[in-house]
Design a protein. Structure first.
Length: 348
């Protein structure tokens, strides 16, 4: 039996499927371990927080569709760059958990350990295992970078190192961008010019200004998800001395800013089509407004003190705004990819 939440998303009231595919689907949907799951794939999906990988996959797809048909486009180099992005995101999640745990930020009563199992605190893996796992992923990424450097030159290295620096500095001392209200701008930069722009360059060997500008609509959606997460954690972060942007602004103003980011996605898409930076099929992304309407209502009210009774088995509490923003980003991002694909096939 299922019922729909305020955002229209179905929440399962029954236990997760006991099949392997059911376990993987549950882990990808909730970032949690389904009851009875012991297989290494499910464990890996939870450890790396693969549930949020659709945001990186969407960014890579946008880059590829902007690049396809342009001079110098090579599918193999695009594919390698896209794989590198996904691996980098997985390694970054592992390293963030490691740095936050070592800094004492992640505890059993902090949201990171409440909405999903923390790798170390839950006993899924030890700190040494986190170091080894993230090191192995980064080693594979380094191999991909070497290949792309040979084919595309030093700018690929610049994009990769910039992304690595921002990702590590997000939680690692001495920078700890998240603690200085710089985490949100960092995500805007990473999911925009660095991910989309860097992948475009790897695919084509050049980077026009239009591709950089076209990276910002989806970057706003990715940043809105982080804003929602930090709004959800305001009370904990304020007590721990973690100064995120929502801590500085307060919940109400942060909710309004996040709504502005989500609305900004649609404004930018229309503007970019009008300026002929994007082909008109990109307007298909405007259908994401069907998801924005219920999500907008969620952000128009304070976070409830506890899980509302009409949302049984809500798996990611105390995340509330983050889950709603993610659903919107997933819908609008997917529609944007379809629109860009139609333009690439029929208009390029």
């Amino acid at each position: 039996m299922t019922e729909r939440t305020e955002t229209g998303e179905r929440i399962r009231r029954t236990r997760p499927s006991r099949s392997l595919l059911g376990h993987w689907r549950y882990a990808m949907s909730t970032a949690n371990m389904p009851p009875g799951a012991t297989d290494p794939v499910t464990k890996w999906l939870v450890l790396t927080r693969a549930a949020v990988q659709p945001m990186t996959i969407t960014a890579a797809a946008i880059a590829g569709l902007l690049a396809v048909g342009r001079p110098g486009f090579e599918p193999l180099w695009f594919a390698l760059a896209a794989v590198g992005l996904v691996l980098a995101h997985a390694a970054n999640n592992l390293m963030n958990d490691l740095f936050d745990f070592q800094a004492g930020a992640d505890t059993l009563d902090y949201p990171r350990a409440l909405y999903a199992p923390h790798p170390v605190l839950s006993g899924l893996i030890g700190t040494a295992g986190l170091v080894v796992a993230s090191g192995l992923i980064n080693a594979v990424d380094l191999g991909i970078l070497v290949v792309l450097f040979v084919e595309r030159g030093w700018p690929v290295v610049a994009f990769a190192l910039a992304g690595l620096f921002v990702s590590v500095a997000y939680t690692a001392p001495p920078f700890r961008l998240k603690k200085r209200a710089l985490g949100e701008p960092a995500v805007l930069l990473v999911w925009g010019p660095l991910m989309v722009g860097g992948t475009y360059y790897a695919a084509t060997g050049h980077l026009p200004l239009g591709a950089v500008v076209a990276s910002f609509p989806y970057a706003l959606l990715a940043t809105s998800v982080l804003m929602g997460k930090h709004i959800d954690k305001i009370a904990w972060d304020r007590e721990a001395g973690i100064v995120t942007l929502p801590v500085v602004m307060g919940e109400r103003r942060a909710r309004v800013l996040t709504q502005a980011m989500m609305a900004g996605f649609y404004v930018l898409v229309v503007a970019l089509v009008a300026a002929r930076v994007l082909e008109w099929p990109a307007l298909l992304g405007l259908l994401g407004l069907t998801r924005l309407r219920p999500v907008w209502r969620v952000f128009s009210k304070p976070k409830p003190a506890q899980v509302p009774p009409e949302y049984p088995d809500y798996p990611v509490w105390p995340l509330w705004f983050a889950a709603a923003a993610f659903l919107h980003a997933r819908r609008a991002g997917a529609l944007s990819v379809v629109g860009l694909a139609i333009g690439a096939v029929f208009l390029s």
